[in-house]
Design a protein around this ligand. Sequence first.
Ligand SMILES: Nc1nc2c(c(=O)[nH]1)N[C@H]1C(S)=C(S)[C@@H](COP(=O)(O)O)O[C@H]1N2
Ligand SMILES: [Mo]
Length: 221
Amino acid sequence: MEKVVSEQAPKRLGRGLFLVTVAGGLSSLWWGKSLTKAVSAIPFAPGGGWRIYTVAPTMPTFEPATWRLDVGGLVEKPMTLTYDELRAMPATSQIRDFHCVTGWTVSNVHWKGVRLSELLDRVQPHSAALGVQFTSAEVPYVDSLSIFQAKLPDVLLAYEMNGKPLPREHGAPVRLVIPEMYGYKNVKWVSRIDLVERPEDGYWENLGYDRDAYVGHSNGL
Ligand SMILES: Nc1nc2c(c(=O)[nH]1)N[C@H]1C(S)=C(S)[C@@H](COP(=O)(O)O)O[C@H]1N2
Ligand SMILES: [Mo]
């Protein structure tokens, strides 16, 4: 008997509900049989303290030739970027700790990518757009930020991690990185970004976590 603890709901929702005990180990967890529809996070630790979380049975695949990032919604100039075009944009690097709301932390992660503010400048958001919505290629994972949060200078669309192209399990080719917020805001496999009237609840917010997920200042601990 092996005990696997999935990404958990905040205490007020009752953590017990989200503790999943799986007989037969990870493979049965992978195929999702024993999990509730709502929570199928798959924690496995390839080293460095990371746990890899997913909500769908298979991770999206990345084909450099066909991959596109769409940026649209309430903007003046919607944009579709290829992988090469994204990599050709001005890049920035930073070293920050990564915190999951369930308590694990990875220190000193090296990220390289494009500032989200740079992308927003290019598409020219309408003044009515107060939220930015991130859609993952991993359906149905979504999340959003306020326009203020999205413009913070350390919010990146990261395509490199620790000096290498972002690995598939960490969201290849690009994930959102917002180090001052908990992991669940750091959407992996980002495939579209939409400017919207206001931020909306994402995958984990629908399960009770705070939308403003500032590390140390939001629920779940
Ligand atoms: N698409 C997608 N993005 C996601 C998640 C997920 O399940 N699917 N989990 C989130 C949570 S809760 C955390 S803590 C981090 C974990 O990052 P890692 O899987 O790269 O370790 O990814 C976040 N982004
Ligand atoms: Mo998390």
